[in-house]
Design a protein around this ligand. Structure first.
Ligand SMILES: NC(=O)c1ccc[n+]([C@@H]2O[C@H](COP(=O)([O-])OP(=O)(O)OC[C@H]3O[C@@H](n4cnc5c(N)ncnc54)[C@H](O)[C@@H]3O)[C@@H](O)[C@H]2O)c1
Length: 261
């Protein structure tokens, strides 16, 4: 007899961090299509883009709130969760998507940049998981914690020391949370995209083809597979559904086969 089931979790409210553009924006819009009311978060400088995303969510007939803040700051994440609960009535899915990256040889590796990447990509996910989980446990209706890892979190590549370390860490963090939260019917998974066409994969070293530089780091050719953010949103949409209750502690590659485990 299973200790959890589809009926244990009814998705209603989601938070998406880093939702002003790229993958986060696509996830927020897709979850609205799925029936979620959505709190969209990003740094204050992205407030205007967040308002656009919120407007699109409202056009779909769902509620949206804009809550700016830095995911690496605990007070900001506490406020993100508290305000979401106040405005939208609870929290069922936390999508800890916000992330930053940098690439360069070890001669450019400096402590300040290394610490910043770890702070946003790892501490940020930890804080989102921690405060969302506390809320979900108090509601006693299950939930979904989902974060952005990467295929660079499954295979280390040259020039991406801090980024690879951070995305491997997201997987370890998520596995630990998954074990702990099992009794609360809260699943914890990560998505591990390959090359997705967003600002993050744009480089002045690209030449004519967006993503060529990132692909070269993975020793892939410039015509190797890439995709739009909606392919990642589609996977997250599935993971948020009640029927995905049996997927837990996993890191799911969505990379067109660029990395095959
Ligand atoms: N694009 C890809 O190919 C790819 C591949 C693998 C993993 N990812 C991961 O997916 C996630 C989204 O990537 P993307 O390509 O959409 O990136 P993006 O740069 O297009 O968007 C990231 C968003 O996160 C926001 N952000 C940055 N720091 C933040 C902070 N401290 N607090 C709140 N928001 C913050 C940015 O302002 C931006 O709007 C990231 O975690 C990234 O590492 C992306």
């Amino acid at each position: 007899m299973s200790n959890t089931s589809i009926a244990d979790y009814t998705p209603t409210v989601a938070i998406v961090t880093g939702a002003a553009k790229g993958i986060g924006r696509a996830i927020a819009l897709r979850l609205a299509d799925d029936g979620f009311n959505v709190a969209v978060n990003d740094i204050p400088a992205e407030q205007q883009n967040l308002e656009v995303v919120a407007g699109l969510i409202r056009e779909k007939g769902r509620q949206a709130v804009v809550i700016t803040g830095d995911v690496s700051v605990e007070a900001d994440v506490e406020k993100l969760v508290a305000q979401t609960v106040e405005d939208l009535g609870g929290l069922d899915a936390m999508i800890a998507n916000a992330g930053i990256g940098a690439a360069g040889p070890l001669s450019y590796l400096d402590v300040e940049q290394f610490d910043r990447i770890l702070a946003v990509n790892v501490r940020g996910v930890m804080l989102c998981y921690k405060h969302a989980a506390k809320q979900m446990i108090s509601q006693n209706r299950g939930g979904r914690l989902i974060a952005a890892s990467s295929i660079f979190g499954k295979k280390g590549v040259k020039y991406c020391q801090a980024y690879c370390a951070s995305k491997f860490a997201v997987r370890g963090l998520s596995q630990s949370f998954a074990e702990e939260l099992l009794p609360h019917k809260i699943t914890v998974n990560t998505y591990a995209p390959g090359v997705i066409r967003t600002d993050m994969t744009k480089s002045d070293k690209d030449g004519d083809k967006h993503g060529s530089f990132v692909k070269s780091l993975f020793t892939a050719k410039e015509d190797a597979p890439d995709a739009d953010p909606e392919v990642v949103a589609s996977l997250v949409s599935y993971l948020c559904k009640p029927e995905a209750y049996f997927i837990n502690g996993q890191s799911m590659s969505v990379c067109g086969g660029l990395f095959i485990a």
